[in-house]
Design a protein around this ligand. Structure first.
Ligand code: 9UX
Length: 70
């Protein structure tokens, strides 16, 4: 099943930031769509729940250098 998750993302300060996060998320196996906006700092991700989890996606955001906030 394809599911969608939206994260609030803290720490992005220019379009390069949102671009590289969108790229990183788009390249994760199981992700079919990732749309990242700078203002508001947000990532909307469609993913195959049999291939990847929200926790793993959150780790991708953190590995790129940003924070997922509540
Ligand atoms: Mo912009 Mo972000 O120069 O990681 S790319 S601050």
């Amino acid at each position: 099943m394809v599911s969608m998750v939206t994260f609030k993302v803290d720490g992005m300060s220019c379009n390069g930031c949102s671009g590289k996060l969108q790229s990183a998320l788009s390249n994760v196996p199981g992700v079919s769509s990732a749309e990242v906006t700078l203002d508001p700092g947000q990532a909307a991700i469609q993913y195959d729940e049999q291939k990847v989890t929200p926790v793993a996606l959150r780790h991708v955001v953190e590995d790129v250098g940003f924070d997922v906030i509540a």
